[in-house]
Ligand binder design. Sequence first.
Ligand code: C5P
Length: 404
Amino acid sequence: MNENSLQDKKVVLGVTGSIAAYKAADLVRRLREKGADVRVVMTKAACEFITPLTLQTLSGHPVAIELLDADQEAAMGHIKLARWADWILIAPATADTIARLASGRADDLLTALCSASESPLAIAPAMNNKMWQNESTQNNIRQLRSQSAQILGPASGDQACGEQGEGRLLEPNDIVSALALLVVPARLQGKHVVITAGPTYEPIDPVRFIGNRSSGKMGFAMAVAAAEAGAGVTLISGPVHLSTPTNVNRVDVETAQQMHDEVIKHIDNCDLFIACAAVADFRPQQLELNKIKKMEKDQLPLILTPTLDIVSAVTGGDKQPFVVGFAAETTSVETYAKDKLKRKKLDMIAANQVGEGRGFAVDENELQVFWAEGSKMFPMAPKNQLARDLMTLIIERYNAKDTT
Ligand code: C5P
């Protein structure tokens, strides 16, 4: 399945000034063999090790090198390239390029492109083993990882300098395999994915509400992953502090009722419904029209009434998209998740443990995914990569269901 994930993907390959730059020629060929459309960006130092003409010939497109060259910028400038890329892969990446990326520099074409791009970034380091172990390099790698860059390798073994150790560029085949595992395959073209995200706010009076700690990050990351798969995406979001992902149609709501109504409005032409939202299970039965004054009462009993279960409304309706639910649990994750899978008639459920800094409002998460015939565990990872991995599994299960 992941074997074909690079098919039709637009990859910017950044090549920097390492002796391993000669392997970039093979890497371009391997990427293209997997169906990727490749544009090469070289640093000036890289041109000392391999000629732009070689990479131009192999990629079939002019190589970009200069940030301040009017002709090159007119062809496909760094902003255009930044938007064009589905993925940016830097291989080989030197210690210096890694340091400049980690500190947010944008003083050459490659770093300017990276800082201008929302596309995911994969970095395959190549350097002397002492440079790799250097504390500054390791700090820079940690920094880039915390910004969600994926680090591929390095490998161990003989080094060009005659030493032995960790720091070799991964072999081109291994880079391509590692990248293919990260990429969501473009297999949802022409499909419509509806996703709910974030919390809902249930008003008590004009200024107060009952809400929860959901940040919306996982739902937004799922929307990005669905768009990466080529789907048309409608993201129905409760109140969150997140910007709208590119190529995603966002609908803002506040209450469970409003979220329900928007989902029903969009469900007719929906192929996959992914319910990430932490919808309130109860709302105040009565909405006070004026702000409740504290001196009027020394107790404030609130009567709550159940909200509509949105995901059950979808699975119980006439139109049956492929439905994925989420379950945030504080205990007995597997038992509760499997129960919800059946009770809510879901095709899949992604469950995680929440509480004490886990699950909600954090950047990393882990998931246990269950469906009728199987399960899969996704270990702790940044939510955007976790969303890509989960979307790849959803596509696999969706296609399996479609063909049975
Ligand atoms: O029952 P629980 O809230 O744990 O179920 C979680 C799943 O159900 C999530 O996918 C959530 O988005 C969905 N849900 C919903 N409407 C509700 C409550 C939960 O769609 N009112």
